[in-house]
Design a protein around this ligand. Structure first.
Ligand SMILES: C[S@@+](CC[C@H](N)C(=O)[O-])C[C@H]1O[C@@H](n2cnc3c(N)ncnc32)[C@H](O)[C@@H]1O
Length: 232
C-alpha cells in the first residue's frame, strides 16, 4: 500500500517538526516501557511495526541490553533515518523496508516474540486490515508476550476532534516556536492526513479482547492519542 510516508519531504517534516512536539510523547514512551517491564522482565525479541526513525525501538534496545529488534517500515527515507539513529545497536537490530499490510508472519516464528510495539502507524490501515494485523501480532507473540500500540485514534464526536486539533496545534506551535496561523494551515492541509483511518480506542481494545489478548486496555490517553495493548 502506498502512503505519503514514502515521500522524503513528509518524513523530514515529521521527524524535524512533529515527532518532538507530539503532546505527552515522552510520557507515552514511558508508559510503554512501564507496561512492558511489568509483564516481560527481559524481552529477547522485539518487533517495531512502522518504526519510522526507530524512535520506539531505540528506547527498548537502550533499556534491554540483551534484546534484538526487527524494525519494519515501508518508507525508504524513514528506514535510512532509522539506520543512522540505531547505529549504536546495529548488531542487535534488523531493518526492513516492508509493508505490514502484507502478512508479518514471515518475520518471526509463531509464539517467538516477547514484545511487539508500534507508534502512530497502524491507523493507516483500513479497519479490517487492522484486525488482521492484530491477529497476526497475537500469533507471533510468545505466551506472556506483550503488544503496545501508541496510536492516533478517533475522537468520540466531531466537537472533541476539533478540540484535539486545536490543542495539538498549540503543542506544535510551542515546540517549533512558530507562527500559530501558519502551523495550523500546515496541520489542516498536511499530506499524510488523507492516509489516516482512525478508529476509537475503546473499539480497538475490544478487538484485542476478542482476539484473546489478556489485560487489554488503554493504558494512557490524551485526546486522540492513546497507548493501548494487551498480553498473549
Ligand atoms: C507517524 S510515522 C511514526 C514513526 C515511528 N513509529 C514513531 O513513533 O515516530 C508512521 C510510520 O508508519 C509507517 N507506515 C505506515 N503504513 C505502513 C505500512 N503499511 N507498512 C509499513 N510501514 C508503514 C510510515 O512509513 C511511517 O514511518
Amino acid at each position: 500500500m502506498q502512503t505519503s510516508w514514502q515521500r522524503e519531504d513528509v518524513t523530514k517534516h515529521y521527524l524535524e517538526q512533529v515527532r518532538g512536539g507530539i503532546p505527552f510523547g515522552a510520557e507515552q514512551a514511558q508508559i510503554m516501557l512501564q507496561v512492558v517491564n511489568h509483564f516481560v522482565k527481559s524481552p529477547e525479541l522485539i518487533i517495531d511495526l512502522g518504526c519510522g526513525n526507530g524512535f520506539l525501538a531505540e528506547i527498548l534496545l537502550r533499556t534491554y541490553k540483551e534484546a534484538k529488534a526487527i524494525c519494519i517500515d515501508h518508507s525508504e527515507p524513514m528506514i535510512d533515518q532509522a539506520k543512522e539513529n540505531l547505529t549504536a545497536y546495529a548488531d542487535r537490530c534488523a531493518l526492513y523496508v516492508e509493508d505490514f499490510s502484507h502478512s508479518i508472519l514471515s518475520f518471526a516464528k509463531s509464539d517467538s516474540v516477547d514484545c511487539i510495539v508500534s507508534g502512530y502507524a497502524i491507523h493507516h490501515l483500513p479497519h479490517e486490515e487492522k484486525k488482521t494485523l492484530y491477529k497476526d501480532i497475537y500469533k507471533l507473540l510468545k505466551r506472556g508476550g506483550i503488544f503496545i500500540n501508541i496510536e492516533h485514534t478517533a475522537s468520540a464526536t466531531p466537537s472533541i476532534e476539533k478540540l484535539h486539533d486545536e490543542l495539538f496545534i498549540d503543542h506544535l506551535t510551542a515546540y517549533n516556536k512558530g507562527n500559530r496561523e501558519q502551523i495550523a494551515a500546515e496541520y489542516y492541509n498536511r499530506p499524510d492526513k488523507a492516509d489516516n483511518i482512525l478508529e476509537r480506542v475503546d473499539i480497538q481494545v475490544n478487538w484485542l479482547r476478542d482476539i484473546g489478548f489478556q489485560h487489554a486496555d488503554c493504558y494512557f490517553k490524551w485526546m486522540e492519542l492513546a497507548v493501548l495493548g494487551g498480553v498473549k
